[in-house]
Each structure stands twice: as C-alpha cells, then as structure tokens.
Design a binder for this molecule. Sequence first.
Ligand code: SF4
Length: 333
Amino acid sequence: MSTPVLQITDLEKHFPMQRGLLRREVARVKAVDGVSFSISPGETLCLVGESGSGKSTVGKLILRLTQPSGGTIRLDGVDVTDLGEGALRKHRRRVQMVFQDPYGSLNPKLMAGTIVAEPIENFESFSAGEREARVAAILKKVGLGADAMRRYPFEFSGGQRQRLAIARALAVNPKLIVADEPVSALDVSVQAQVLNLLVDLQEELQLAYLFISHDLGVVEHIGHRIAVMYLGRIVEIAPKKAIFCEPLHPYAQALISAAPVPDPHFKRERLLIEGDVPSPIRPPCGCRFHTRCPFARPRCRSEDPQLREVVPGHFVACHLREDGYRGTLPRPG
Ligand code: SF4
C-alpha cells in the first residue's frame, strides 16, 4: 500500500459564537467534529452529505484557509497542521483547490495566460520564455487551445472556465486537488466532459482528489471511495461499490435510496427520513442521527457510536452494525 498523500486525524473546526460588547463566547458551532480519513496517490475520495454537514469546511481546513481547532493534517507524511506562513507556502503548492464557480474564482481583469502563469511565478524561477511554454502546455493538457492564452475569463464558456481553473490548479504540480462542487454550476453535457478531463489527468499525473459534492450521480462517476458526512462527522466510509450497493448506515441508506437511477426498470426501495438537520451548536447527545433515525433504540440517545470497520475497508458508525450485521435493520417494536 502506497503512503497516503493526505492523512487527517480527528480534525475539528469549532467556530466560537460571540455576543455583547465584550464579545463573550456564548456557544460553539461544531462544523467539523472529529473527522479522520486518508487519500492515496491516484485515488478520488468523495465527501457527500446534506448542506451544513461540514464537507466544505473539511476542504478549507486541508488547504489551511481556516485554522483547525483540533486534530492533525499530514501531507506526504509531513504534519502541516500548525505550519507558519513561510512553510505554509510550500504546503499550498502541493494542495490546490478547484471551486464551484469558476467565474468567481478567476480574476476577470487577467488574461488566461497570466492566470495560469501567476502560481508558477510564485513558486518557480523560470525565464519568461520557459514560463510561456509551460503555460501553453498546461492549457493544452486541459483541452484549451493556444489562443486561450490571450483571452479573458468572460470570453470562455462555463465549461472552458472550469478547464481554466483546473489549469491554474495544475500549474504548480500539486499532489492533491480539493474540488468543491466543481461541476454543479455546469450543464449536464459539460459536466461529463469536465469529469472525464479530471479522470484523464488523474491517470496521467497520479493526482489524488478530495471531491466534495452533493450530487450522487457525479460521485458515482468519479469516486473510488465515498465518505458520508452528517453533522460534522463521517458516519460511513467505504469503496464506491459498497456504498452504492450495500450502504449500512441509515443516513447513507436514505441518501442512496433517494438518488436517481439511469435504468427506468430498476426501482430502489426508498428510506425516508423526516425532520431537519439539528443545529451544530447543540448536536444531539449519543448518536447525532438519532432524532431522525427510523431504527433508533434507547441506547442511541445516550451512547455515541464510533466509526468501526465492519468488513475490510468498510467503516460505519452505528450501534446496530457493531457486530458486523449487514442485513436489513429492524424498526424498534
Ligand atoms: Fe440510528 Fe442508532 Fe444507528 Fe444512530 S446508532 S444510526 S440512531 S440505529
């Protein structure tokens, strides 16, 4: 097994809520509360969950765009959790981000060539000719022609702009790309093109992806493993096939059962969950999902289930799966 590109352990991000003239802390929003996973070179781990589950915050923590409240982030075996500004520059070179809105993440006043050259200038000492050749090669790699170099972001289509954002991310030879809903703003036909580009680049460059998405169709296309988040925690993590064919956590079961299937003759049995996601300021005691879980037992209200490996590579946090039971869960009598 290769060394993981990324290893995060017990990662936490708690945002203090302050009130009054003295800005007294009155509560904490537990956006991310003890998340652990690793990603290997050439692997795509998809992070899924409802909005507010903490998945985008995990991405920002890995890039150190926000400082963790606890836990560790290791990149290529190096602990980068508490790096200062200088050392953080090197870290940022190895991890790049692709955002949902390519137009918002690209400077509209700069031509595409300058947008891709900027990160190269920050990290490499190339001559102007070498830099231009490198920019042209990267633009070609993402399927943009040489004329793209002298065009502004508004002159591209949505899909082309996302290709440009990917080119900028590739400019400094990162090992890991955090892609936060990178195709959700694109038309479906363009989505497939951008996803295929990401897959091709991964095969060629052995890139690792943390792919954050709420769209299970997209996740099924691109993911190798899937991690399901609920209220700041991972409740299930497993290879893609296991999550789609045999989800074990009731929340994952409900998500998968609601996903559309391309075969009109195939019907998935729906598992409906009711109610809203509780506030991350005061998450429920015991299992955080117990207020919405149709299988909840008295124990679920007081005991917090740990993420356990129930079959090799398949981890789930549910009391009813502790002994490795994989059958249909009985509703409480
Ligand atoms: Fe539902 Fe209990 Fe399992 Fe939580 S631990 S998912 S409440 S059955």
